[in-house]
Structures are given as structure tokens and as C-alpha cells.
Design a protein around this ligand. Structure first.
Ligand code: BG6
Length: 477
């Protein structure tokens, strides 16, 4: 049985919904210079906004202007909470101002008040792939230690302003994406750095992660000092990694491949660097900028819960090699398709039992509360002749994942706070910038070529999910 206060809801992120990229004094963010892509064509990061190029985050689904109606729809589904992020560049447009932008703060005041008026608790990520562009271009992104203080200023400003409205926070969205240091997009979105322009991308990844760990730990401490009722989690992309076969070489490889997640949760949940990481740093001969003061901060600022996204599992085979430099579904050069699973059109393998595996594994490793803050399936959809959208595939997907989630709670004893389907309203895809990769219970009539009325349409899954929430997950239809 799920707890009575189980947080059913949905998840979105500022840059993927808000649009209005220049409104209310907002500065440019790293997302504002990312062009549109597809599953085969990677998004490009441009130095400036190029005339004639398409930048899907500039308008997104115009949530900045439509949030009142959209939140009403979430309320109709019975959402207990909504996860979104605060666009850092709305609050500190350049990132290094000493005073925040009041208009940006006021926007989120009203957004959170609107949610609360519908009985929806805001769950907030501080940095969701949208750091101010100025920090990336002038400071060199997270390669620069100065970003720690700038982030902590931003975090503290938000905690002080919203502590009586927001109880659950996360610091860096999918902080571990940058582990894919052969892929420029992930360095850019996590840290404002193009790996291909660094001397040693792997070293840069570890150094930037360290500064973020310190910034995150300081933010956790600041939140607790401002209001002990606030809890702060880490947020990682948790993809289960399986060995392809029982060859011990595959098993060891799968174990190592999980470092792409565990390295980040180990430091943030335990407050120390794991032995395997220290051994790796020594083997590489790196002298990373990690001070004794930093290590003390990491120990004190451990997170209150593990927040994670789950979309797929991956499988590794020691004698296979894949090109991962632009892949959005695979981060390890030994990854292969799992013959037991099917995949979405974007190559993401559908594996509900993998979600249980992740929940069990985190629980056994940390014994901390967990929060599934993203899960979902991207589908190409169009309204049928009657104007409705019959998304049975999405209902099947969630039914299977929620079933496994409930087994993890009932049979494995996992302490689970909530479940938040990603993109509960159609939005701009992060990896490809497409709108046609639709995740929502609510269809948005807007297309990649800019056409569409923006009208919102309830899909069939809308009523299905409302009933799931109503029965606290007892009846999955
Ligand atoms: C996670 C991100 O990677 O997965 C979201 O936190 C993202 O921002 C989601 O949108 C799904 O990925 P995509 O590429 O399908 O949008």
C-alpha cells in the first residue's frame, strides 16, 4: 500500500514549457541557444541566436502565459503536487548580479500560489538545464569555482522567498548526464561547457561535478537553516544497467557502468567520495581541485532524499562497441539492445521491471526515502477524426511501471514519497528539441514548424490517471 500522503502528480521544467524567453527581465540561458534537432540530428549549441534558426525553447508551450489554465487541468486530474523548475535566468538574468530580478520572483510567487489554490504542492528543481548563458560564456561554466557561490546565492534567494510555499526541492536535475563526456550536449546543459573544447573532457566532467556537489551541499545546509521543514534531494537519471550475459566480463562491466549513476548519488547521499572514484583519480594522475573545506561541506550537506528519473534500462556486452558521441539513449560504448525488451521510436528501451530494480538497489545502498520525479514515454500523436487522442500505449506504459513501483513498496519495503510522470502536458523534448515527442496526459496543439493554436486537449490517459490518483494507485484500470 502506498502511503496516504503519496505525492501523485506530474513533472515539467521551466525551459521546456514556459517560452517567453525574454519576458519579465529574463536573461538568456544555455537552453536559449540550442537549436531544434531530431533523433538522428543532434541539437546544435550556437554562440549567439542566429537569424533564421529554430530555437524551440524560446516559445515552448507558452506556459508563462497559460499556467493558470494548465494548472486547473492538473487540478482536475487530482494532482497532489507538480514538479517544475525555477529558471535561474529569470531570477538572476546574468547569474552574477548581487540583487535578484523582482519580476522573475513575482512570477514564481503567482505560479506557486496558483498551484496551492488547487491543492497542488510545488516540488522545485533549482537548476534544470537552464543556467544563465552569461555564466557559461564569461565564466566558463562549472569549470569555474566561482559558480559555487553564485549558485548558492540563487538557491538561498529562492529558499528565503518560497519556503512557506515549497517544501520539496532538488538542486541539479540529472546531474549525472554529464558523465557522458563524449557528448557535447550533456556538458552544455548540465554545466555550460562544451566538452569538445576542453583539453581533457573526462577530467573536466569530474571537476565540474565536484563544484556542483559542493554547491548542492551548501544549498542543502542553507535550506535547513532557513526552514527545517524544507527537504532537499539530489536528482539523477537512473537507468538500470544489465550484463548482456553471464560472462563475468559482462557482469563486471555492468557493475562499473552503474558508476554513471552511483558516483553522483554516493557523494550526495553519503557525503564522501567512494573508493572506486578515488582510485580512478589516482590512476589518471589527476590533481583535482578538491579542498579539505570542500570535503567537510560534502559531509555536512548530504541530501534528504534520492530524486530520480527512470525511462529505460540499458545492457552492456564486453565485446561490443557503439558510437555514443551523439546518442541520447546510450552512454556507454559497450551498450547493446536487450533482446527481451522493445524500444520507443527514440530507441529508449521499455522496461518496467527496471524501475523496481532501481528502487530496490537505491534502497539497499542508501536506506533513504526516494522520489520518482520523472517517468514516461514519448509518442508521436495526432488527434483523431473526433478530435480525441486515444493514447492506450501510454496507459499501458504507466500501468506496467506503477505495478512494479508498488511491488517495490509492498514487497521490497522501499520508502517512496511519490510518482511524477514526466511531461504531464506535452512540451519541448530536452534531447531533440522536438514537440512531436509527446509525453502528456494533455495534448498541446503546437507543432515543430510553429503551427498550431496552442489549444489543450485531454487525452484518454487524462481520465485514467485521475482514477489512479483517486484510488491511490489501487485501481490501475
Ligand atoms: C530527462 C530530463 O532527461 O528526461 C527532462 O530531466 C527530459 O528534461 C526528459 O525532457 C525526457 O527526455 P526527452 O529528451 O525525451 O525530452
Amino acid at each position: 500500500m502506498l502511503r496516504n500522503d503519496f505525492l501523485w502528480g506530474g513533472a515539467i521544467a521551466a525551459h521546456q514549457v514556459e517560452g517567453a524567453y525574454r519576458a519579465g527581465g529574463k536573461g538568456l540561458s544555455v537552453a536559449d541557444v540550442m537549436t531544434a534537432g531530431t533523433v538522428d540530428v543532434p541539437r546544435r549549441v550556437t554562440d549567439d541566436i542566429e537569424a533564421g534558426e529554430s530555437y524551440p525553447n524560446h516559445d515552448a508551450i507558452d506556459f508563462y502565459h497559460t499556467y493558470k489554465g494548465d494548472i486547473e487541468l492538473f487540478g482536475e486530474m487530482g494532482f497532489k503536487c507538480l514538479r517544475t523548475s525555477i529558471a535561474w535566468s529569470r531570477i538572476f538574468p546574468e547569474g552574477d548580479e548581487t540583487e535578484p530580478n523582482e519580476e522573475g520572483l513575482a512570477f514564481y510567487d503567482d505560479l506557486f500560489d496558483t498551484m496551492l489554490a488547487h491543492g497542488i504542492k510545488p516540488v522545485v528543481t533549482l537548476s534544470h538545464f537552464e543556467m544563465p548563458l552569461h555564466l557559461a560564456q564569461t565564466y566558463g561554466g562549472w569549470e569555474n569555482r566561482e559558480l559555487i557561490d553564485l549558485f548558492v546565492r540563487f538557491a538561498t534567494t529562492c529558499f528565503e522567498r518560497y519556503h512557506d510555499k515549497v517544501a520539496h526541492w532538488m538542486t541539479f536535475n540529472e546531474i549525472n548526464n554529464q558523465y557522458s563526456y563524449t557528448n557535447d550536449m550533456f556538458g552544455w546543459t548540465c554545466s555550460g561547457v562544451l566538452f569538445s573544447r576542453t583539453d581533457d573532457p573526462e577530467r573536466a566532467m569530474y571537476q565540474m561535478s565536484h563544484y556542483q556537489f559542493v554547491a548542492s551541499a551548501k544549498a542543502v545546509m542553507a535550506a535547513h537553516a532557513i526552514d527545517p521543514d524544507m527537504s532537499v534531494g539530489c536528482m539523477v537519471a537512473a537507468d538500470a544497467v544489465y550484463p548482456y550475459g553471464c560472462d563475468p566480463a559482462d557482469v563486471l562491466l555492468a557493475n562499473d557502468a552503474m558508476h554513471s549513476t552511483f558516483f553522483f548519488t554516493d557523494v550526495q547521499a553519503r557525503g564522501t567520495y567512494p573508493h572506486y572514484a578515488l582510485a580512478h583519480f589516482a590512476r589518471r594522475g589527476w590533481d583535482l581541485d578538491i579542498t579539505d573545506d570542500d570535503l567537510a561541506v560534502l559531509e555536512q550537506g548530504t541530501v534528504d532524499y534520492i530524486g530520480f528519473s527512470y525511462y529505460m534500462s540499458n545492457t552492456v556486452r564486453h565485446d561490443a562497441t557503439a558510437d555514443v558521441s551523439t546518442s541520447t539513449s546510450c552512454s556507454n560504448e559497450h551498450m547493446v539492445a536487450n533482446p527481451n525488451l522493445t524500444a520507443t521510436e527514440w530507441g529508449w528501451q521499455i522496461d518496467p521491471e527496471g524501475l523496481r530494480w532501481v528502487l530496490k538497489t537505491f534502497d539497499e545502498r542508501y536506506q533513504l526515502p526516494q522520489f520518482i520525479v520523472e517517468n514516461g514515454i514519448g509518442i508521436i500523436e495526432r488527434p483523431d477524426a473526433d478530435g480525441g487522442i486515444d493514447d492506450e500505449e501510454r496507459i499501458e506504459f504507466f500501468r506496467a511501471h506503477i505495478t512494479q513501483m508498488e511491488k517495490a513498496v509492498d514487497e521490497d519495503g522501499v520508502d517512496l514519497m511519490g510518482f511524477l510522470p514526466w511531461g504531464c502536458i506535452d512540451l519541448v523534448s530536452f534531447t531533440t528539441g522536438e514537440l512531436r515527442k509527446r509525453y502528456g496526459f494533455i495534448y498541446v496543439d503546437r507543432n515543430d514548424d510553429g503551427s498550431g493554436t496552442g489549444r489543450r486537449i485531454r487525452k484518454r490517459s487524462f481520465d485514467w490517471y485521475r482514477h489512479v490518483i483517486e484510488t491511490n494507485g489501487e485501481d490501475l484500470g
